[in-house]
Design a protein around this ligand. Sequence first.
Ligand SMILES: [Zn+2]
Length: 65
Amino acid sequence: MIYYVNDEAQKNGDHEVHTATCFYLPKSKTYLGDFASCKPAVQIAKKKYPQSNGCFYCSKDCHTT
Ligand SMILES: [Zn+2]
C-alpha cells in the first residue's frame, strides 16, 4: 500500500497519514513509501511532522485520539 502524509495540519495539529486510494487524500501531500501497514508509514511521517496520526477512515489501526 502506498502512503502519503497531509502537508496541512488538521485543526488539532495532526498531520494525517493516508493510503493512495483514500477518499480523504489531500491535494497537498508528501509521499512516504510503500508499506504493508500504516504503522511504518506513520513512523516515517513523524520524521517530517512529529504530530502525525493515521487517518480514521483508511488507517484506523494507526488512528489515535
Ligand atoms: Zn485516509
